[in-house]
Ligand binder design. Structure first.
Ligand code: PXP
Length: 237
């Protein structure tokens, strides 16, 4: 059974909609931890669209489970990671206009920069994971950077509406996971996983950890709305 990393970015997305103080992502992280999350994941984007620098330092100080910082290879962000000292950093590609992380890192193309970033983070005592598409050439290149973990991008599998194609994409993830495990990498997976497509990925043996955000935060809104309305209703009698 893989461990579960809960990504809390979208709690911060709601807070940033008003630039206010609620909902507090650190509070959400605590509740996730109490509910059994094995890790908390937060992405400090260069555009600071959701998670802010202060969130990270509060999380680092207070969390009792693993803290996994998602980040780009931008020098400013790498410097923050080295000061923050999360247990793990996950390198992802980042584009200004994207709605969420689109595609994995192209390690083959950006090998030099990624390898030097992995070296800087590892040198600072941080374990490094690379978020990549389930392709052998990317896995081989990842291994050569010196990272110890890869996170396989499950987005194409999760978004597929065609059952046959989805099965094929699951097989691809399975093959990539076995290959990465064989060459000595720890294998994680994530992106787009939800309440109907996660169990199939969780059954893939070498996968040790799943990182899930959007589906959990979306469900939290729906399962929590009745109680929230009842509590407000009680105040306005
Ligand atoms: N893993 C990585 C590397 C990601 O970039 C993201 C999105 O921030 C996730 C997992 C979680 O994706 P989702 O929010 O679709 O569950």
């Amino acid at each position: 059974m893989p461990r579960l990393g809960v990504n809390i970015d979208h709690v911060a997305t709601v807070r940033q909609a008003r630039r206010g103080i609620e909902p507090e992502p650190v509070f959400a992280a605590f509740l996730a931890q109490a509910a059994g999350a094995d890790a908390i994941v937060a992405h400090l984007r260069e555009d600071r669209r959701h998670i802010q620098d202060r969130d990270l330092f509060l999380l680092k100080e207070t969390l009792q489970v693993k803290f996994n910082l998602e980040m780009s290879v931008a020098d400013e962000i790498v410097a923050i990671a080295c000061r923050l000292q999360p247990h793990q950093a996950t390198l992802v590609p980042e584009k200004r206009q994207e709605l969420t992380t689109e595609g994995g890192l192209d390690i083959v193309k950006h090998f030099k920069k990624i390898k030097s970033t992995v070296g800087r983070l590892k040198g600072s005592g941080i374990e490094v994971s690379l978020f990549i598409d389930p392709q052998r050439e990317q896995i081989r290149a990842a291994k050569k950077t010196g990272c110890s973990i890869i996170e396989l991008h499950t987005g194409a599998y999760a978004a597929s509406m065609d059952a046959r194609r989805q099965k094929g994409l699951l097989k691809e993830i399975e093959g990539a996971a076995s290959y990465a495990h064989e060459i000595g990498l720890s294998v994680y997976a994530g992106h787009g996983l939800n309440y109907s497509n996660t169990a199939q990925v969780a059954r893939i043996k070498p996968i040790e950890e799943l990182n899930i955000g959007h589906a959990i935060i979306s469900r939290a809104i729906l399962v929590g709305i009745e109680r929230a309305v009842r509590e407000m209703k009680a105040l306005v009698v």
